[in-house]
Design a protein around this ligand. Structure first.
Ligand code: NAD
Length: 358
Protein backbone atom coordinates (compact mmCIF):
# COMPACT_ATOMS: atom_id res chain seq x y z
CA UNK A 1 0.00 0.00 0.00
CA UNK A 2 1.40 3.39 -0.98
CA UNK A 3 0.27 6.18 1.33
CA UNK A 4 0.56 9.89 0.63
CA UNK A 5 -0.21 12.65 3.09
CA UNK A 6 -2.42 15.03 1.16
CA UNK A 7 -2.99 18.05 3.40
CA UNK A 8 -5.48 17.11 6.09
CA UNK A 9 -6.21 13.65 4.70
CA UNK A 10 -4.48 10.51 3.49
CA UNK A 11 -4.47 9.13 0.03
CA UNK A 12 -3.88 5.39 -0.36
CA UNK A 13 -2.91 3.71 -3.61
CA UNK A 14 -3.23 -0.07 -3.65
CA UNK A 15 -5.76 -2.87 -3.16
CA UNK A 16 -8.87 -1.76 -1.24
CA UNK A 17 -8.74 -4.90 0.84
CA UNK A 18 -5.34 -3.90 2.23
CA UNK A 19 -6.29 -0.28 2.75
CA UNK A 20 -7.49 1.54 5.87
CA UNK A 21 -11.02 1.79 4.46
CA UNK A 22 -12.41 -0.77 6.91
CA UNK A 23 -10.99 1.16 9.87
CA UNK A 24 -12.19 4.50 8.58
CA UNK A 25 -15.70 3.13 7.98
CA UNK A 26 -15.60 1.75 11.51
CA UNK A 27 -15.31 5.29 12.82
CA UNK A 28 -18.72 5.98 11.31
CA UNK A 29 -20.51 3.13 13.13
CA UNK A 30 -24.18 4.00 13.42
CA UNK A 31 -23.93 6.71 10.77
CA UNK A 32 -25.85 6.50 7.52
CA UNK A 33 -23.48 5.73 4.67
CA UNK A 34 -24.44 7.07 1.31
CA UNK A 35 -22.73 5.85 -1.85
CA UNK A 36 -22.86 8.33 -4.73
CA UNK A 37 -22.07 6.80 -8.12
CA UNK A 38 -23.14 7.41 -11.71
CA UNK A 39 -25.07 5.20 -14.12
CA UNK A 40 -21.90 3.40 -15.21
CA UNK A 41 -19.90 3.21 -12.00
CA UNK A 42 -22.95 1.96 -10.10
CA UNK A 43 -22.89 -1.06 -12.46
CA UNK A 44 -19.13 -1.49 -12.76
CA UNK A 45 -17.82 -0.66 -9.30
CA UNK A 46 -20.40 -0.57 -6.51
CA UNK A 47 -20.99 -4.29 -6.03
CA UNK A 48 -17.26 -4.84 -5.42
CA UNK A 49 -17.32 -2.37 -2.54
CA UNK A 50 -20.67 -3.44 -1.13
CA UNK A 51 -19.77 -7.13 -1.08
CA UNK A 52 -16.29 -6.62 0.36
CA UNK A 53 -17.11 -4.11 3.09
CA UNK A 54 -19.79 -5.10 5.61
CA UNK A 55 -20.16 -1.50 6.70
CA UNK A 56 -21.42 -0.68 3.20
CA UNK A 57 -23.88 -3.55 2.87
CA UNK A 58 -26.77 -1.39 4.05
CA UNK A 59 -25.54 1.85 2.46
CA UNK A 60 -28.02 4.02 0.61
CA UNK A 61 -27.17 4.50 -3.06
CA UNK A 62 -27.67 7.65 -5.13
CA UNK A 63 -27.06 7.38 -8.85
CA UNK A 64 -26.14 10.49 -10.86
CA UNK A 65 -26.81 10.70 -14.60
CA UNK A 66 -23.61 10.48 -16.67
CA UNK A 67 -22.39 13.31 -18.87
CA UNK A 68 -20.84 16.70 -18.27
CA UNK A 69 -24.17 18.39 -19.12
CA UNK A 70 -25.52 16.84 -15.92
CA UNK A 71 -22.81 18.34 -13.74
CA UNK A 72 -25.33 20.96 -12.75
CA UNK A 73 -26.92 22.68 -9.78
CA UNK A 74 -30.26 21.15 -10.77
CA UNK A 75 -28.99 17.60 -10.26
CA UNK A 76 -27.21 18.63 -7.07
CA UNK A 77 -30.51 20.08 -5.80
CA UNK A 78 -32.26 16.78 -6.54
CA UNK A 79 -29.65 14.91 -4.51
CA UNK A 80 -29.98 17.32 -1.58
CA UNK A 81 -33.74 16.59 -1.63
CA UNK A 82 -32.96 12.86 -1.49
CA UNK A 83 -30.55 13.36 1.44
CA UNK A 84 -33.28 15.25 3.22
CA UNK A 85 -35.80 12.45 2.55
CA UNK A 86 -33.32 9.89 3.91
CA UNK A 87 -32.87 12.04 7.01
CA UNK A 88 -29.11 12.37 6.44
CA UNK A 89 -27.40 14.41 9.17
CA UNK A 90 -24.05 16.18 9.47
CA UNK A 91 -22.67 13.10 11.24
CA UNK A 92 -23.26 10.76 8.31
CA UNK A 93 -20.86 9.86 5.53
CA UNK A 94 -20.89 10.18 1.75
CA UNK A 95 -18.66 7.91 -0.34
CA UNK A 96 -18.16 9.09 -3.91
CA UNK A 97 -17.53 6.21 -6.30
CA UNK A 98 -16.83 7.41 -9.80
CA UNK A 99 -14.83 9.60 -12.11
CA UNK A 100 -14.25 13.33 -11.77
CA UNK A 101 -17.89 14.11 -12.34
CA UNK A 102 -18.95 12.07 -9.31
CA UNK A 103 -16.13 13.22 -7.02
CA UNK A 104 -16.57 16.91 -8.02
CA UNK A 105 -20.37 16.77 -7.59
CA UNK A 106 -20.40 14.41 -4.61
CA UNK A 107 -17.78 16.51 -2.85
CA UNK A 108 -19.85 19.64 -3.46
CA UNK A 109 -23.07 17.94 -2.35
CA UNK A 110 -21.38 16.82 0.87
CA UNK A 111 -19.65 20.16 1.49
CA UNK A 112 -22.81 22.28 1.37
CA UNK A 113 -25.48 19.97 2.78
CA UNK A 114 -26.19 21.11 6.35
CA UNK A 115 -22.95 23.13 6.05
CA UNK A 116 -20.91 20.05 5.43
CA UNK A 117 -20.63 16.36 6.15
CA UNK A 118 -17.67 14.05 5.73
CA UNK A 119 -16.95 12.42 2.40
CA UNK A 120 -14.54 9.85 0.99
CA UNK A 121 -13.42 9.74 -2.63
CA UNK A 122 -13.06 6.43 -4.43
CA UNK A 123 -12.01 7.45 -7.95
CA UNK A 124 -12.81 4.90 -10.64
CA UNK A 125 -11.53 6.61 -13.81
CA UNK A 126 -7.86 7.18 -14.58
CA UNK A 127 -8.51 10.91 -14.68
CA UNK A 128 -10.17 10.75 -11.30
CA UNK A 129 -7.29 8.75 -9.82
CA UNK A 130 -4.55 10.99 -11.10
CA UNK A 131 -6.25 14.33 -10.77
CA UNK A 132 -9.90 15.06 -9.96
CA UNK A 133 -10.24 13.19 -6.66
CA UNK A 134 -7.18 14.94 -5.19
CA UNK A 135 -6.82 18.54 -4.12
CA UNK A 136 -10.13 19.53 -2.60
CA UNK A 137 -11.77 21.23 -5.58
CA UNK A 138 -15.47 20.40 -5.73
CA UNK A 139 -18.25 21.89 -7.81
CA UNK A 140 -20.50 22.00 -10.85
CA UNK A 141 -20.83 23.79 -14.16
CA UNK A 142 -23.11 26.75 -14.78
CA UNK A 143 -24.63 26.15 -18.21
CA UNK A 144 -21.69 25.82 -20.58
CA UNK A 145 -19.26 27.54 -18.22
CA UNK A 146 -17.11 24.93 -16.53
CA UNK A 147 -16.84 24.52 -12.76
CA UNK A 148 -18.20 27.99 -11.97
CA UNK A 149 -19.92 27.03 -8.73
CA UNK A 150 -18.00 25.20 -6.06
CA UNK A 151 -15.94 25.15 -2.91
CA UNK A 152 -12.54 23.96 -1.81
CA UNK A 153 -13.05 21.17 0.72
CA UNK A 154 -10.95 18.12 1.46
CA UNK A 155 -12.32 14.60 1.69
CA UNK A 156 -11.69 12.48 4.79
CA UNK A 157 -9.64 10.08 2.67
CA UNK A 158 -9.03 9.02 -0.93
CA UNK A 159 -8.72 5.34 -1.89
CA UNK A 160 -7.28 4.47 -5.28
CA UNK A 161 -7.38 0.88 -6.50
CA UNK A 162 -6.57 0.35 -10.17
CA UNK A 163 -8.83 -2.72 -10.17
CA UNK A 164 -11.56 -0.39 -11.43
CA UNK A 165 -9.59 0.51 -14.57
CA UNK A 166 -10.41 -2.92 -16.02
CA UNK A 167 -13.89 -1.72 -17.02
CA UNK A 168 -12.91 1.79 -18.07
CA UNK A 169 -13.46 2.43 -21.82
CA UNK A 170 -10.34 3.13 -23.88
CA UNK A 171 -11.30 6.73 -24.66
CA UNK A 172 -11.61 7.38 -20.92
CA UNK A 173 -8.11 5.93 -20.38
CA UNK A 174 -6.90 8.41 -23.02
CA UNK A 175 -8.69 11.16 -21.16
CA UNK A 176 -6.75 10.30 -18.00
CA UNK A 177 -3.46 10.11 -19.90
CA UNK A 178 -4.01 13.71 -21.03
CA UNK A 179 -3.81 14.94 -17.42
CA UNK A 180 -0.75 12.72 -16.85
CA UNK A 181 0.93 14.26 -19.91
CA UNK A 182 0.12 17.63 -18.39
CA UNK A 183 1.79 16.65 -15.13
CA UNK A 184 4.94 15.92 -17.14
CA UNK A 185 4.69 19.03 -19.30
CA UNK A 186 4.47 21.35 -16.31
CA UNK A 187 7.14 19.73 -14.14
CA UNK A 188 9.51 17.30 -15.79
CA UNK A 189 10.66 16.27 -19.30
CA UNK A 190 11.42 12.77 -17.94
CA UNK A 191 7.91 12.32 -16.59
CA UNK A 192 6.44 13.56 -19.88
CA UNK A 193 8.57 11.02 -21.78
CA UNK A 194 7.47 8.20 -19.45
CA UNK A 195 3.79 9.02 -19.99
CA UNK A 196 4.33 9.14 -23.77
CA UNK A 197 6.02 5.73 -23.53
CA UNK A 198 3.20 4.33 -21.38
CA UNK A 199 0.67 5.40 -24.01
CA UNK A 200 2.62 3.41 -26.59
CA UNK A 201 2.19 0.27 -24.50
CA UNK A 202 -1.15 0.74 -22.76
CA UNK A 203 -1.60 -2.94 -21.97
CA UNK A 204 1.21 -2.76 -19.41
CA UNK A 205 -0.12 -0.15 -17.06
CA UNK A 206 2.50 1.23 -14.68
CA UNK A 207 1.28 1.90 -11.17
CA UNK A 208 4.63 3.57 -10.44
CA UNK A 209 3.90 6.12 -13.14
CA UNK A 210 0.41 6.66 -11.76
CA UNK A 211 1.92 7.19 -8.30
CA UNK A 212 4.48 9.68 -9.63
CA UNK A 213 1.75 11.68 -11.40
CA UNK A 214 -0.36 11.67 -8.24
CA UNK A 215 2.69 12.95 -6.35
CA UNK A 216 3.00 15.83 -8.83
CA UNK A 217 -0.64 16.85 -8.39
CA UNK A 218 -0.52 16.43 -4.63
CA UNK A 219 2.82 18.22 -4.24
CA UNK A 220 1.59 21.27 -6.15
CA UNK A 221 -1.70 21.35 -4.23
CA UNK A 222 0.06 21.13 -0.87
CA UNK A 223 2.33 24.03 -1.81
CA UNK A 224 -0.67 26.21 -2.70
CA UNK A 225 -4.01 24.70 -1.63
CA UNK A 226 -6.19 27.69 -2.60
CA UNK A 227 -4.50 28.40 -5.96
CA UNK A 228 -2.97 31.75 -5.10
CA UNK A 229 0.15 30.98 -7.17
CA UNK A 230 1.91 27.78 -8.27
CA UNK A 231 -1.26 25.64 -8.26
CA UNK A 232 -2.32 27.63 -11.32
CA UNK A 233 0.21 25.54 -13.29
CA UNK A 234 -2.24 22.65 -13.09
CA UNK A 235 -4.48 24.72 -15.35
CA UNK A 236 -2.12 24.35 -18.30
CA UNK A 237 -4.24 23.39 -21.31
CA UNK A 238 -7.42 24.21 -19.42
CA UNK A 239 -8.04 27.83 -20.48
CA UNK A 240 -8.64 26.81 -24.09
CA UNK A 241 -9.56 23.22 -23.09
CA UNK A 242 -12.43 24.33 -20.86
CA UNK A 243 -13.74 26.62 -23.60
CA UNK A 244 -13.73 23.69 -26.07
CA UNK A 245 -15.38 21.41 -23.50
CA UNK A 246 -17.99 24.05 -22.67
CA UNK A 247 -18.74 24.64 -26.37
CA UNK A 248 -19.28 20.92 -26.97
CA UNK A 249 -21.10 20.23 -23.70
CA UNK A 250 -24.59 19.88 -25.15
CA UNK A 251 -23.78 18.83 -28.71
CA UNK A 252 -21.00 16.29 -28.63
CA UNK A 253 -19.67 13.87 -26.07
CA UNK A 254 -16.11 14.97 -25.66
CA UNK A 255 -14.04 13.74 -22.72
CA UNK A 256 -12.48 16.26 -20.35
CA UNK A 257 -9.00 14.93 -21.12
CA UNK A 258 -9.48 15.15 -24.87
CA UNK A 259 -10.49 18.83 -24.58
CA UNK A 260 -7.49 19.46 -22.32
CA UNK A 261 -5.16 17.66 -24.76
CA UNK A 262 -6.32 19.94 -27.59
CA UNK A 263 -6.02 22.89 -25.20
CA UNK A 264 -2.43 21.86 -24.42
CA UNK A 265 -1.50 21.71 -28.10
CA UNK A 266 -2.99 25.15 -28.73
CA UNK A 267 -1.49 26.71 -25.59
CA UNK A 268 1.90 25.20 -26.51
CA UNK A 269 1.57 26.77 -29.96
CA UNK A 270 0.77 30.08 -28.29
CA UNK A 271 3.88 29.63 -26.10
CA UNK A 272 6.00 29.09 -29.21
CA UNK A 273 4.47 32.09 -31.00
CA UNK A 274 5.47 34.24 -28.03
CA UNK A 275 9.03 32.88 -28.29
CA UNK A 276 8.77 31.25 -24.88
CA UNK A 277 8.89 27.67 -26.15
CA UNK A 278 11.40 26.45 -28.72
CA UNK A 279 10.22 25.09 -32.07
CA UNK A 280 11.90 21.78 -31.19
CA UNK A 281 10.03 21.37 -27.89
CA UNK A 282 6.80 22.41 -29.54
CA UNK A 283 7.27 19.80 -32.27
CA UNK A 284 7.89 17.12 -29.62
CA UNK A 285 4.71 18.06 -27.77
CA UNK A 286 2.57 18.44 -30.87
CA UNK A 287 3.57 15.12 -32.43
CA UNK A 288 3.19 13.20 -29.13
CA UNK A 289 -0.29 14.59 -28.54
CA UNK A 290 -1.65 14.54 -32.10
CA UNK A 291 -0.81 10.83 -32.25
CA UNK A 292 -3.60 10.12 -29.75
CA UNK A 293 -5.85 13.19 -29.84
CA UNK A 294 -6.85 14.31 -33.32
CA UNK A 295 -7.40 17.99 -33.91
CA UNK A 296 -11.15 18.66 -34.30
CA UNK A 297 -12.30 20.66 -37.30
CA UNK A 298 -14.02 23.83 -36.17
CA UNK A 299 -15.88 26.25 -38.46
CA UNK A 300 -15.26 30.00 -38.13
CA UNK A 301 -18.54 30.29 -36.20
CA UNK A 302 -17.44 27.50 -33.86
CA UNK A 303 -14.12 29.26 -33.24
CA UNK A 304 -15.93 32.48 -32.45
CA UNK A 305 -18.27 30.71 -30.04
CA UNK A 306 -15.38 28.88 -28.32
CA UNK A 307 -13.21 31.96 -27.93
CA UNK A 308 -16.13 33.99 -26.57
CA UNK A 309 -16.33 31.47 -23.71
CA UNK A 310 -12.79 32.50 -22.72
CA UNK A 311 -14.21 35.74 -21.34
CA UNK A 312 -15.95 33.81 -18.58
CA UNK A 313 -13.12 31.49 -17.60
CA UNK A 314 -12.97 31.37 -13.82
CA UNK A 315 -9.23 32.04 -13.81
CA UNK A 316 -9.77 35.51 -15.35
CA UNK A 317 -8.95 38.57 -13.28
CA UNK A 318 -10.14 42.17 -13.75
CA UNK A 319 -11.38 41.44 -17.27
CA UNK A 320 -8.11 39.81 -18.35
CA UNK A 321 -7.97 36.29 -19.77
CA UNK A 322 -5.14 34.52 -17.96
CA UNK A 323 -3.40 31.43 -19.19
CA UNK A 324 -0.47 29.14 -18.39
CA UNK A 325 2.26 28.94 -21.00
CA UNK A 326 5.30 26.70 -21.39
CA UNK A 327 8.89 27.90 -21.43
CA UNK A 328 10.14 24.40 -22.09
CA UNK A 329 8.99 20.84 -21.49
CA UNK A 330 8.70 20.72 -17.71
CA UNK A 331 8.68 24.51 -17.29
CA UNK A 332 5.32 26.16 -16.93
CA UNK A 333 4.58 29.76 -16.00
CA UNK A 334 1.19 31.25 -15.20
CA UNK A 335 -0.86 34.45 -15.27
CA UNK A 336 0.01 35.28 -18.89
CA UNK A 337 -2.59 37.62 -20.31
CA UNK A 338 -3.89 36.37 -23.65
CA UNK A 339 -6.43 37.85 -26.06
CA UNK A 340 -9.38 36.39 -27.91
CA UNK A 341 -7.71 37.54 -31.14
CA UNK A 342 -4.53 35.62 -30.35
CA UNK A 343 -6.41 32.41 -29.53
CA UNK A 344 -8.54 32.82 -32.67
CA UNK A 345 -5.33 32.98 -34.74
CA UNK A 346 -4.11 29.73 -33.15
CA UNK A 347 -7.36 27.97 -34.04
CA UNK A 348 -7.16 29.39 -37.57
CA UNK A 349 -3.59 28.11 -37.95
CA UNK A 350 -4.82 24.53 -37.40
CA UNK A 351 -7.92 25.07 -39.52
CA UNK A 352 -5.81 26.31 -42.45
CA UNK A 353 -3.44 23.39 -41.97
CA UNK A 354 -6.37 20.97 -42.25
CA UNK A 355 -7.68 22.73 -45.35
CA UNK A 356 -4.22 22.51 -46.95
CA UNK A 357 -3.98 18.83 -46.12
CA UNK A 358 -7.33 18.02 -47.75
N1 NAD B 1 -11.57 18.61 -9.00
C1 NAD B 1 -10.52 18.63 -9.78
O1 NAD B 1 -9.41 18.99 -9.37
C2 NAD B 1 -10.66 18.17 -11.20
C3 NAD B 1 -9.52 17.92 -11.99
C4 NAD B 1 -9.68 17.44 -13.28
C5 NAD B 1 -10.96 17.23 -13.77
N2 NAD B 1 -12.04 17.50 -12.99
C6 NAD B 1 -13.40 17.25 -13.48
O2 NAD B 1 -13.54 15.84 -13.65
C7 NAD B 1 -14.47 15.58 -14.69
C8 NAD B 1 -13.87 14.58 -15.64
O3 NAD B 1 -13.58 13.39 -14.93
P1 NAD B 1 -13.67 11.98 -15.68
O4 NAD B 1 -12.88 12.04 -16.91
O5 NAD B 1 -13.40 10.96 -14.67
O6 NAD B 1 -15.18 11.99 -16.16
P2 NAD B 1 -16.48 11.20 -15.69
O7 NAD B 1 -16.60 11.18 -14.23
O8 NAD B 1 -17.59 11.80 -16.47
O9 NAD B 1 -16.18 9.71 -16.17
C9 NAD B 1 -16.03 9.45 -17.54
C10 NAD B 1 -16.88 8.25 -17.96
O10 NAD B 1 -16.26 7.06 -17.48
C11 NAD B 1 -17.22 6.29 -16.77
N3 NAD B 1 -16.50 5.52 -15.76
C12 NAD B 1 -15.79 6.00 -14.71
N4 NAD B 1 -15.18 4.99 -14.07
C13 NAD B 1 -15.52 3.85 -14.71
C14 NAD B 1 -15.19 2.50 -14.54
N5 NAD B 1 -14.35 2.09 -13.58
N6 NAD B 1 -15.73 1.58 -15.39
C15 NAD B 1 -16.55 1.99 -16.38
N7 NAD B 1 -16.89 3.26 -16.62
C16 NAD B 1 -16.37 4.19 -15.79
C17 NAD B 1 -18.20 7.30 -16.22
O11 NAD B 1 -19.43 6.71 -15.92
C18 NAD B 1 -18.29 8.27 -17.39
O12 NAD B 1 -19.18 7.80 -18.36
C19 NAD B 1 -14.80 16.91 -15.34
O13 NAD B 1 -16.04 17.36 -14.88
C20 NAD B 1 -13.70 17.81 -14.85
O14 NAD B 1 -14.09 19.16 -14.80
C21 NAD B 1 -11.92 17.94 -11.72
Amino acid sequence: MYTIQAGSYQLELGPFLESSLVDVLDKYKGATKLLIADENTSEACLSYLITNFDALSKAEVVILPVGEENKSLEIVGNVWDILSEYGVTRHDLIINVGGGLVTDMGGFIASCYKRGLDFINVPTSLLGMVDASIGGKTGVNLGDFKNQIGVFNDPVAVYIDTIFLSTLPEEEMLSGYAEMLKHGLITSPELFARVVEQMEEPEEFSEDLLRDCIEVKNGIVISDPLEAGPRKKLNFGHTIGHAIEGFLIYSDQVTHGYAVAIGMILESFLSMKRNLLSQEDFNTIESALLKHYSMPIFSNDDIQAITSLLNNDKKNKHGKILCCLLEGIGECTYDHEISVQEVTEVFLHYKNQQINLN
